[in-house]
Design a protein around this ligand. Structure first.
Ligand code: ATP
Ligand code: MG
Length: 235
């Protein structure tokens, strides 16, 4: 269970991006975050793993208060939070397999990270993840030889091999065409259900007019191509 209590972020510039947000996301729930540009969607996602430091309020994951952790504790806690990015953040010249395995870097001993060698059990798990998302044949290809949708699926595998409890996704499909976007969103929803993961997915490109016109869940369903369990609208 991920819990936010009175989460507030005021940037140095004086911008109040989040104002006392209360939110609970139980395991297995996919929460779609919608709202116009500047509503604070990215800020909310980044305050959870403290890429952005909240000004006040708390974030708790499975009973551990993340907002109170020092750097060592935070590093450990971040293993439990998988981040998926709009621009995939793959290492372009490395193979698909090596990109997926890099999700294990937080777990393997330091010398292994220098040599980039991984235990066989990690390699086996990487193959399983690639098979699950339909990319088994691509394992030895370089990341820069893949399409956008394939790259995002590699990004998803890299996060899953981390064995996270929560997925944090900031506009995961913003760089994809509508059809591929819906396929990726459906995949994310299926994976969360299969693995009982909590997820917060920030959906891009929702105009204010559309927000006025449609109730949140219907809009999110349209953007998702799959119904998220819940929808939170920031404005
Ligand atoms: N590093 C920063 N310094 C100062 N202000 C910031 C910073 N990052 C974001 N903000 C401000 O905080 C508010 C929320 O920004 P945020 O990026 O969270 O919005 P968003 O909902 O993700 O928007 P978009 O849909 O355009 O990505 C905005 O007013 C923005 O200008
Ligand atoms: Mg944003």
């Amino acid at each position: 269970m991920l819990r936010l209590e009175k989460l507030t972020k005021i940037y140095k510039t004086g911008d109040k991006a989040l104002n006392a947000v209360d939110l609970e996301v139980p395991q297995g729930q996919v929460l779609a975050l919608i709202g116009p540009s500047g509503a604070g969607k990215s800020t909310l996602i980044r305050c959870i793993n403290r890429l952005v430091e909240p000004t006040s309020g708390t974030v708790t994951l499975d009973g551990t208060e993340l907002t109170g952790l020092g750097s060592g504790g935070l590093r450990k806690a971040r293993r439990r939070m998988g981040m998926i990015f709009q621009e995939y953040a793959l290492v372009e010249r490395l193979t698909v397999m090596k990109n997926v395995l890099s999700g294990r870097l937080g777990y393997v001993p330091f010398w292994r990270t220098l040599l980039r060698t991984f235990p066989q059990s990690d390699v086996d798990e990487a193959f399983r993840q690639l098979d699950r998302v339909g990319l088994l044949e691509m394992a030895d290809k370089r990341a820069d030889e893949l399409s956008g949708g394939q790259r995002q699926r590699v990004g998803i595998c890299r996060v899953l091999i981390q064995n996270p409890a929560v997925l944090l996704e900031d506009e995961p499909t913003a760089s994809l065409d509508p059809k591929t976007s819906r396929q990726i969103m459906r995949l994310i929803c299926e994976l969360c259900e299969e693995r009982n993961l909590a997820a917060i997915v920030n959906i891009h490109g929702v105009a204010k007019t559309a927000l006025r016109q449609f109730p949140g869940p219907a809009l999110a369903a349209h953007c998702f191509g799959a119904l998220p369990d819940r929808c939170l609208c920031l404005d």
